[in-house]
Ligand binder design. Sequence first.
Ligand SMILES: [Zn+2]
Length: 152
Amino acid sequence: MSHCPFCNKKIAMSKAFCSKHCKENYFQLIAIQIPKLFIKNIFIFCTPEQKDAKIEEFANRHGWRIDLVKDKINNLAAEYGYTHDDEISNYFLVRLYYFCTPQDREDEIKFFAKRHNLELKPLIEKIDKLAEKNGYKNNDESVTDKYKKMRS
Ligand SMILES: [Zn+2]
């Protein structure tokens, strides 16, 4: 059994996503690029109303879906430490296990630990357990190749 990387539903190993809908949402989410400075700006210097307005304007300017943009911004803001949420998001796990080399993965986790003032070793253990539970930890390295191929 494998898991759909967008909704986390269980799917057959031979499938990469549970539905066309999830596949489209997933790749749109990956395609959305949000500058770090923009996130810093809206989380540190804006009121909640200004923040919502800026996100809407940003999404419209690029023609991206607002809900996906919001989702990505919230995940990134948590990673960068701009929210108090130090939960490990699903999106973060997907990025770590499908789009990072082992070296990049280690660096990302170190950065996350630093941002949230967390001890590295318990964090690594927590991420490891979550990845295992959600089916992201696949010893089969070809999975990464499969995702790369689907992106291109
Ligand atoms: Zn799905």
